[in-house]
Design a protein around this ligand. Structure first.
Ligand SMILES: Cc1cc2nc3c(=O)[nH]c(=O)nc-3n(C[C@H](O)[C@H](O)[C@H](O)COP(=O)(O)O)c2cc1C
Length: 163
């Protein structure tokens, strides 16, 4: 898919099919995330967790009265370590955005998730199951899978031109 076509066709998918994505597609999406810009080039302060284990996914679903990751068969958690420069959120968002576009280019559904992060952090038993390295904190969740349907949307943001 051409880049602008990919950007324009990405949408937050909230209805996933049960079918799992291939390891090959997953690997391309993860690589896209790793190619993102990261402040001060500190890729060692970033960490990616891929959850495809049904038992753990069900446990996370059961933390709320609905699945906050919409039963996506793959849940990616991007974690970061704040080295004092406060770039952990920006870095995670950059990694996430590359993954969302990568997934779209492969014809997959995806969604950027914040709510799931709050829930995981609140439940220490679940957080422990992520087995994150010392000092890393979950920042962004991404749901990946096959979309059940598509969604056309166009957004706009006010622009001021100062010429
Ligand atoms: C920082 C951030 C947090 C978000 N958190 C959630 C979330 O927890 N749950 C959800 O359903 N969508 C979440 N979204 C998706 C937004 O609602 C969505 O991107 C926005 O409504 C625009 O729709 P689109 O992605 O389909 O273009 C989040 C998006 C961003 C950028």
């Amino acid at each position: 898919m051409e880049l602008f076509e990919t950007i324009n066709s990405r949408f937050s998918n909230r209805k996933f099919l049960e079918k799992q994505i291939s390891d090959e597609d997953l690997s391309k999406i993860l690589k896209a995330g790793m190619q993102a810009p990261v402040g001060r080039g500190k890729y060692e302060d970033m960490h990616i967790t891929v959850i495809q284990n049904k038992t753990l996914l069900d446990e996370i679903t059961n933390l709320a009265d609905r699945s906050v990751f919409y039963n996506a068969p793959t849940l990616v958690i991007i974690s970061a370590k704040d080295d004092g420069h406060g770039l952990d959120k920006e870095n995670s968002a950059c990694v996430a955005m590359n993954m969302l576009l990568g997934a779209t280019a492969l014809g997959l559904g995806s969604i950027y998730l914040n709510l799931v992060i709050g829930l995981i952090k609140e439940h220490r038993d679940i957080l422990a199951k992520l087995n994150l390295p010392e000092g890393f904190v979950p920042i962004v969740g991404i749901g990946l899978g096959y979309a059940d349907g598509s969604h056309i949307r166009e957004h706009s943001i006010d622009v001021d031109y100062i010429k």
